[in-house]
Design a protein around this ligand. Structure first.
Ligand code: SF4
Length: 322
């Protein structure tokens, strides 16, 4: 069917200001494309600084792209205005890593969950009943209604943050490392809750994480990001069982990949003035300074993202179109 979300060649460059002129751009997101079908989860993985959080903010229109497009239900989200924009803001939500910072410490659970109803002027006949029903949806109950965020554990706070979003009857949720701050046992409970809610309400998720175990558990599709670009993309099982890109392979095996900081310092000694960084990413394949399979062409020309096997895409010269 038609995808709920479609991202086309999205770019976001942040200028790096010098004293007199712009020194360059951090190419945080540099030509990212993907689609998510309704009711499915797309896992976006990569190390910190690869641009995955920026993608999450762009698809919710919390940031304006440098170029590229995002379609939600077939409409360009950056062209939405008035009523349509309000509808989008309601339907597309975000869950953050640290629920504590997203919950006002001076508000009761009731006020926290009911606030979006007021902001969007939704019609609710019995506010207390409405909020209690939401608390049940996330595994809490009426005894929690008039308590404050500090009285709850991290997992419970994340449940409150999820209830607050459910109040708006969303369709699409960006989950940005939603369980990274929690203990492993609590993590599993929250992930199961998210899965249950997805089934119940046919929710569509963009699940951003550096934790591969968690991504595997949650995702139908996976996109692997490296320095602002998707280097591999496909059905989750396929990518986990047959990773193609050397970066994905390194990420999935327990083998530690060389620290970019150390590589950067070493490169600095060897090639003065051109350390690989998101400001001036390496030419050709961006992974080449760290890649054990590097060939001459890798340093010169950027490989394309090609469909190597059905639905399984890779951006690497080791693979040519079949
Ligand atoms: Fe390695 Fe070359 Fe493939 Fe890049 S294109 S991942 S440098 S083999």
């Amino acid at each position: 069917g038609d995808p709920l979300l479609k991202v086309v060649d999205l770019k976001k460059y942040f200028p790096v200001k010098g004293i007199f002129f712009t020194k360059g751009y951090v190419k945080a997101v540099d030509g990212v494309s993907f689609e998510i079908e309704r009711g499915k989860t797309m896992g976006l993985v990569g190390e910190s600084g690869c641009g995955k959080t920026t993608v999450g903010r762009l698809v919710l229109r919390l940031l304006k792209p440098t170029s590229g497009k995002v379609f939600f239900e077939g409409k360009d989200i950056f062209k939405l205005k008035g009523k349509e924009l309000r509808e989008f803001r309601k339907k597309a939500q975000m869950v953050f890593q640290d629920p504590y910072s997203s919950l006002n410490p001076r508000m009761t659970v009731f006020d926290i969950i009911y606030e979006p109803v007021k902001v969007y002027k939704l019609k609710v006949s019995d506010p207390e009943k409405f909020v209690v029903n939401l608390l049940y949806q996330v595994g809490l109950n009426e005894s929690h209604l008039y308590r404050y965020p500090h009285e709850f554990s991290g997992g419970q706070r994340q449940r409150i943050a999820i209830a607050r979003i459910l109040a708006l009857n969303p369709e699409f949720i960006v989950l940005d490392e939603p369980t990274s701050a929690l203990d492993v046992s609590v993590q599993a409970q929250i992930l199961n809750l998210l899965k249950e809610l997805q089934r119940k309400y046919n929710l569509t998720y963009l699940f951003i994480s550096h934790d591969l175990g968690v991504v595997r558990y949650m995702s139908d599709w996976i996109a692997v990001m490296y320095l602002g670009q998707i280097v591999e993309y496909g059905p989750a099982e396929e990518v986990f069982e047959k990773p193609l890109h050397p970066y994905t392979k390194a990420l999935f095996s327990a083998i530690p990949i060389p620290d970019p900081e150390i590589t950067r310092k070493r490169e600095k000694l060897k090639v003065p003035g051109e350390p690989p960084s998101p400001i001036n990413p390496p030419p050709g394949c961006r992974f080449h300074p760290r890649c054990p399979f590097k060939m001459d062409i890798c340093e010169k020309t950027e490989p394309e993202l090609i469909e190597y096997e059905k639905d399984h895409f890779v951006k690497c010269y080791l693979y040519s179109r079949k």
